[in-house]
Unconditional design. Sequence first.
Length: 367
Amino acid sequence: MSDSTRSSDRHIKLFIPGPTEVRREILDAQTQWMIGHRMPESAELFGRIQGKLRQIFATEQRVYVNASSGTGMQEAAVRNCSRKRVLNCVNGAFADRWREVTEGNGKANAVLEFDWGRPVTPEAVSGRLQNDEFDAITVVHNETSTGVTSPIREIAQAVRSAPGGKEIMILVDSVSGLSGAPLEFDAWDLDVALTSSQKAFALPAGLALAAVSDRALQRASEIPDRGYYFDFLLLEKYLERNQTPATPAISLMYALDRQLDDMLAEGMENRFQRHLAMRDRTIAWSADHDFTLFAAKGYESPTVTCINNDRGIDIGALNQYLRSRDMIISNGYGPLKGKNFRIAHMGDIQMEDLNELLDAIEAFLLK
Ligand SMILES: *Cc1c(COP(=O)(O)O)cnc(C)c1O
């Protein structure tokens, strides 16, 4: 690459909850030469990635990598895992998206609703599962529209102890959680845990990743119309050869390979602690500046903080000001626009970056 194409690293630093900031080294990793996806070089790359992904997802089962955004894996999960009825737990916009995906794929469903800002609770899930009506449940680990983390481990325990609970596929969207908030796929006994490359993994957009249990593959084998592109059994058949059925996003796989090394070098525990420290800093800053939080106390997300606009500031003007200083945050999601704003401290954002952002917001408030 010529020097002029990267003459400046000046850009708008992303404090939005996806896509997140991507480091220069990761961007550069994408510029390696193309390889064919049936060449041994590709199988070697894919196999290397698989071993590292299993560590990140805390699983000895498998992690599929496919070219799409995370929503593709939401679709895969419901198509491959339900032949009876899906219980969609809805406590925010992305949880509701999964309900739409479920219905869009013609699956019978019911909705268990929670107020936005509240977590999905194991008690409510347990209550709804008493009649053995469902064979799958969808739940969002970290609801990006509200900044709420739900207790997935406890929810999974509630599912397993319900009547017929061993037959219920536990499908978890951890798009803005995984690698920023702890998730232990095997220990928590989950069936699908999916994420996207452009959130806490801090990669460019374009890859979907999903850990899938042996039980989910068994379920898929009992379902005739799984589709093709996201058919777990086909993905499994190719994964055994370290391949994908269709052409993978090779450049992104180079970036993923590099990023996984960096994540494991940081250490997952350190990575979780860094996110918690940035969350706590954002919460303390909010209180100091007379802002309350949208998330119920005790369920505040480690990766994105949703701050109520108690002072009635012009969030659009705030973002214009931040842009002039090469930064950007997010307004409230959908119906919450203007009512709150969201700061993502997700992926490779460091405490120094966050401090710089908070200082800039403070300067805006003092104007
Ligand atoms: C961003 C997001 C999605 C959608 O992911 P895409 O990669 O855009 O398809 C789904 N769920 C949650 C919780 C998200 O934050």
